[in-house]
Design a protein around this ligand. Structure first.
Ligand SMILES: Cc1ncc(COP(=O)(O)O)c(C=O)c1O
Length: 423
């Protein structure tokens, strides 16, 4: 099991900050590769296993290139993500595209790249045919509705906008067959940040049983079943930072053998994001101000634009004060960002050692759905991304945004003529 200890110490971060000011995300190449290898090896007991890394979790081409080297494909959900995949050389059936409310140009681009198109709705069969023509292989995304309970993050499947009903799946495959499509896939994404092995295995069971039902009722055999992403990352420092992949894979294989009993042998795919990069990325931020009112506040130079999960979902992200890791947890603080939203907090009523202005904080598990969820509200600029290489060197893999980037879509020259005002 890969246990994530910080791959850097205070001295290393202080050295990095001389060239790369805080805040920034830092990723650990060694941990990322070891985790990717362990993931791949564990799930390779399933027939034809392949992982399509969910690009949305961490859309950085350098990290995608590392994952390509480890044998992963990409799960893309937009035109820019397809283009990113192409830029790192992940093309053909190493791409799966699962988007919803899909514009025509995404279908066209995915088909051009030879990627596997995963349709979100039965009406998209016609839409795709008109926009790009039907490819040789098509996949459908399943929404189990009342057949499966969701969780707090992904919500109740009945309320989810994604995917086909079971009846639509069966009908859809019949339509494709009539239209001459020869190869079929089946996909779902039923859980998010799931920390129970059973929850993940039950998703597999539901899909395996559906594949048999589709075979019986639509007369087609799916070539693969993509079980989506959603493998969670335990958050507490005393827990292993990744799930027991070996146990999940072993239990999925058992269910596979029982359900299919030799009748079908579809390949099994996953498209995890969080568990692949999440625990191997950290947000580094510096304490800018200390404030005492009704509570004690630690104001940092990062904010929810750098890591939105605590504000959005109330997600716990472990946080340490570099150089004070072993000090007594003697002070209770809210650790905040500078955005004008009161939920812009990385920690609430949490115990820390006494914090001083200038202290460097490390926010854990920021390698997935972290930088990727960044936004510019309140004039906040996206921060840099740094890769800690296996030899201990560092490489900036995305620069921080500047004010010029923020203004790049505005034309101030036109403002001078606007409403007759002088420049
Ligand atoms: C369709 C789809 N696949 C995969 C993922 C990746 O999920 P996770 O990062 O939780 O593994 C997501 C996340 O939103 C998704 O929407």
């Amino acid at each position: 099991m890969v246990d994530v200890k910080l791959p850097f110490d205070k001295q290393k971060i202080v050295e990095i900050t001389k060239e790369h000011p805080t805040p920034f995300h830092i990723y650990d190449e060694k941990g990322l590769r070891e985790n990717a290898r362990r993931f791949k090896e564990a799930f390779s007991i399933l027939p034809g296993f392949k992982e399509y890394f969910a690009v949305k979790a961490c859309p950085n081409p350098f990290l995608l290139k590392i994952l390509k080297e480890e044998g992963f494909g990409t799960d893309c959900s937009s035109l820019p993500e397809l283009m990113l995949s192409e830029k790192v050389g992940i093309v053909g059936e190493d791409i799966m595209m699962s988007s919803n409310d899909t514009p025509a140009e995404e279908f066209v681009k995915c088909k051009e790249l030879g990627g596997i198109i995963n349709l979100d709705d039965i009406s998209h069969i016609d839409f795709l045919e008109k926009a790009a023509g039907l490819p040789e292989m098509i996949c459908f995304r399943y929404n189990p509705g009342p057949a499966k309970k969701g969780n707090d993050i992904i919500g109740d499947p009945k309320e989810a906008k994604y995917g086909f009903t079971k009846e639509q799946m069966i009908e859809g495959y019949k339509i494709l067959k009539e239209k001459g499509v020869k190869r079929f896939g089946m996909h779902t994404m039923m859980v998010s940040n799931e920390l129970e092995v059973r929850g993940l295995v039950e998703t597999a069971r539901l899909m395996f049983e559906l594949a048999l039902e589709v075979k019986e009722k639509a007369g087609i055999e799916v070539e693969f079943i993509n079980l989506g992403g959603g493998i969670g990352t335990p958050q507490m420092p005393d827990q292993p930072h990744t799930m027991p992949y070996e146990d999940i894979a072993r239990d999925m294989k058992k269910v596979y053998e029982i359900v299919f009993a030799g009748e079908m042998q579809p390949k099994v795919y996953l498209e995890c994001g969080r568990t692949i990069t999440g625990p191997f990325g950290w947000l580094i931020t510096k304490v800018r101000h200390l404030k005492k009112t009704y509570k004690d506040y630690v104001g940092t130079d990062a904010c929810m634009a750098n890591l939105m999960r605590p504000a959005l979902y109330g997600a716990y992200h472990h946080l340490v004060v570099l150089g004070k890791e072993n000090d007594d947890l003697s002070h209770k603080y809210d650790v905040t960002g500078s955005l004008c939203e009161n939920n812009d907090k990385f920690a609430i009523d949490r115990m820390f050692p006494e914090i001083e202005v200038g202290d460097l904080l490390v926010i854990y598990n920021a390698g997935a759905h972290g930088h990727a969820m960044g936004f510019n509200y309140n004039g906040k600029l996206r921060s840099a991304e740094i890769l800690l290489r296996e030899d201990g060197s560092v490489l900036q893999i995305r620069r921080a945004e500047t004010v010029d980037d923020y203004f790049a879509t505005l034309d101030f020259d036109k403002l001078g003529e606007f409403n007759g005002q002088e420049k």
